[in-house]
Design a protein around this ligand. Structure first.
Ligand code: AP5
Length: 212
């Protein structure tokens, strides 16, 4: 099962990708996480990527493609994967088509007005990457991960200013992928106007109908 989760920043791609991972035992491959890992390690690639990420722009295609190829070659991707955050533009989609086929694209559609609040309230576990929201999905103990007791942090690019640019970048460069994958009959759109749990049920139903 080779899936893409498409959607604007803060739409819930990561949250739903983690849910699908549990349902189908396939890994979440997040280019955002791969890039943040490179930034943390402060290697040459990470230093370069940080400039783009902290201003809300896309990291150059060649850098991201290289990271993605290495990740997809790992054993755990042999039975499938969920791509979260890739592709981000038509060039990346064309490059992806050269390395693998895709079975289904899930497009998460959210009113832009809701996204800033979702993003600025997000907290992520430093240890296991679990995603929380201070209002919509709070941990039992403030600042501490329920799953592994790791420390929760706020991403550097989750400021209101950067979010505006991330949304612009999405509208200009990523949104055209909806038409790109629709025209290949690969895309289904789910409207995310309810809770995380309601969205999980929609995702589950879509995948059950598609793969059983
Ligand atoms: P990336 O890490 O991919 O970030 P993004 O696309 O901006 O998406 P987010 O991670 O912000 O949001 P999400 O949709 O995963 O939402 P989440 O589930 O966390 O990319 C970061 C940067 O890296 C980019 O700006 C770019 O610079 C670079 N980059 C990455 N990939 C690249 C590529 N392919 N090419 C070039 N550059 C690339 O949910 C958000 C919050 O909302 C959470 O707190 C969650 O709890 C909450 N929430 C989720 N669903 C709901 C709901 N239904 N109701 C209420 N709250 C909800």
């Amino acid at each position: 099962m080779k899936l893409i989760v498409l959607g604007a920043p803060g739409s819930g791609k990561g949250t739903q990708a983690k849910f699908i991972t549990q349902l189908y035992q396939i890994p979440q491959v997040s280019t955002g996480d791969l890039l943040r890992d490179a930034v943390k390690r402060e290697n040459a690639l990470g230093v370069k990527a940080k400039e783009y990420m902290n201003t809300g722009n896309l990291v150059p295609d060649a850098i991201v493609l290289e990271l993605l190829k290495i990740r997809l070659m790992k054993d755990d991707c042999s039975k499938g994967f969920i791509l979260d955050g890739y592709p981000r533009n038509i060039t990346q989609a064309d490059e992806l088509a050269k390395i693998t086929e895709i079975d289904q694209v899930i497009n998460i559609s959210v009113d832009h007005g809701l996204l800033v609040k979702r993003i600025t309230g997000r907290r992520t576990c430093k240890e296991c990457g679990a995603i929380y929201h201070i209002e919509y999905q709070p941990p039992s103990q403030e600042g501490i991960c329920d799953k592994c007791s790791g420390e929760l942090f706020q991403r550097e690019d989750d400021t209101e200013e950067t979010v505006k640019n991330r949304l612009n970048t999405y509208d200009k460069q990523t949104k055209p992928l909806i038409e790109y994958y629709s025209s290949q009959n690969l895309l289904q759109t789910l409207i995310s106007d309810g809770t995380i749990e309601e969205m999980r049920q929609k995702v589950k139903l879509l995948l059950e109908n598609r793969f059983h």
